[in-house]
Design a protein around this ligand. Structure first.
Ligand code: ATP
Ligand code: LTN
Length: 328
């Protein structure tokens, strides 16, 4: 029996090297003879923040193209757009009725995202976001969910909901395990290295987008915030430099120790250039492939249609069991 892998990404902005290192790069590698992977573009999650409709549609499509460019193989995996598979919304409601206000209130992403708004402006979707994510995962009997470290708490909640439902109604859901990389699971902002690099950061200098041009990538790294020492070490109190080292190590496949050794005697200026060069080298073939895919939108539509069919067939099986159990 193949192990089932599922993950998702929001089309809420241009994908960053944080998304790439923390998630997407590993997705391609997880396609093996022992696994079957489902990857979804989570456009329903994206509307927890107001989106321009045409922009959202375009970005969902482009996110799919970028996933193909990053090595997701539609002959091996199912690649689909979340909103095209209505079972996600259907299961999400059932799970909402088996989730508690208390546990949802404790989610740090909710606390962070709602902290900037006054109470009337926090939409309920932001609150139930992790329940929809649980539905994404449980609909496919996922064994493993590869994510960045920021999603760990949401996965624990998903497990709690699955176990609670199974206890109340009998075994329906498989309880999934998170899969979090040892290095690179949290790439920090280049401008505020105490904050996660985020594609919805209003300051574009904080992130490097996968599709940024080489000169833009170089410029953003040159501007990266470091510290007032001039020694290249991986230390908790050197967030900026440690982040650059993490990016370098994950992109080149070297260990942190090897990377630190390689930069001994160099200044921050040289470090930034070397990291930028490594990132540009890694991203160039992906950028080329992305442009080729986008030049062939019919192919992407075909892939997504096949993905929609496969995903909804798999999801319906679980949803049928759930509906039976709860008395629908
Ligand atoms: P947003 O800024 O809109 O909240 P995001 O950049 O956090 O988006 P998501 O779509 O929420 O991106 O996340 C997709 C995947 O990328 C998740 O597995 C998430 O854990 C991972 N990820 C996001 N940001 C980082 C980061 N800075 N470092 C490592 N992994 C990340
Ligand atoms: N909420 C996730 C994206 C996401 C996801 C999923 C991840 C949506 N559905 C299912 C794993 C499994 C995020 O990274 N913000």
């Amino acid at each position: 029996m193949k192990k089932i892998i599922l993950s998702g990404i929001q089309p809420s902005g241009a994908l960053t090297i944080g998304n790439y290192v923390g998630a997407v790069r590993n997705w391609a590698k997880l396609q093996t003879d022992e696994t079957y992977c489902f990857y979804c573009v989570a456009d329903m999650h994206a509307i927890t923040v107001r989106q321009d409709p045409n922009e959202l549609r375009k970005r969902s499509f482009e996110t799919a193209a970028l996933l193909l460019a990053a090595g997701i193989d539609p002959d091996k995996s199912t690649l689909f757009i979340q909103s095209q598979v209505p079972q996600h919304a259907q299961l999400s409601w059932v799970l909402c009725c088996n989730s508690y206000m208390g546990e949802l209130s404790r989610m740090t992403q909710f606390k962070d995202k709602s902290a900037t708004k006054n109470e009337e402006n926090i939409n309920a979707g932001l609150f139930t976001y992790p329940v929809l994510m649980a539905a994404d995962i449980l609909l496919y009997n996922a064994d493993y969910v590869p994510v960045g470290v920021d999603q760990k708490q949401h996965l624990e909640l998903c497990r709690d909901i699955a176990i609670r439902f199974n206890n109340a109604y009998g075994e329906v859901f498989k309880v999934p395990e998170p899969m979090i990389a040892r290095v690179g699971a949290k790439i920090m902002s280049l401008q505020s290295p105490d904050k996660k690099m985020s594609k919805s950061d209003p300051n574009p200098n904080g992130f490097v987008a996968i599709m940024d041009e080489p000169d833009v990538i170089m410029k953003k790294f040159k501007r990266a915030v470091t510290d007032s020492e001039s020694v290249i070490e991986y230390r908790e109190d050197k967030l900026g430099v440690s982040n650059l080292l993490t990016i370098y190590a994950t992109i080149t496949g070297k260990s942190i120790e090897e990377s630190v050794a390689e930069f001994q005697g160099m200044g921050y200026g040289q470090l930034k250039i070397k990291v930028a060069e490594a990132v540009i080298e890694e991203l160039t073939p992906i950028q080329t492939a992305f442009k080729q895919y986008l030049a062939n939108p019919d192919y992407i539509s075909e892939v997504l249609e096949k993905g929609r069919k496969q995903a909804s067939e798999a999801a319906q099986k679980i949803l049928d069991k759930v509906f039976e159990k709860i008395g629908f």
